[in-house]
Design a protein around this ligand. Sequence first.
Ligand SMILES: [Zn+2]
Length: 85
Amino acid sequence: MIRYALECEHEHVFQHWFDSISAADAELAGGQVACPTCGSHAVRKSLMAPSIGGPKAVSSSEMLPSCAGPSCCAGACPAVSPDFG
Ligand SMILES: [Zn+2]
């Protein structure tokens, strides 16, 4: 399932669930989606990005792929032991 923010010809913004991206395109092109506010079938995708699932977890593990020690970061890298050198 994919949720799109849609906008009708009267600038009513609403959200609608589709089975897939291709189904969304087909239903919008075929005028099968009606605005819940005014019933217009002149509906297009709003500028809002589609939402699939929940927010992605941000990983910070790739920020410090390697550290050469005090000569690299003067001990600022968390990967460096406090008693390094
Ligand atoms: Zn409308």
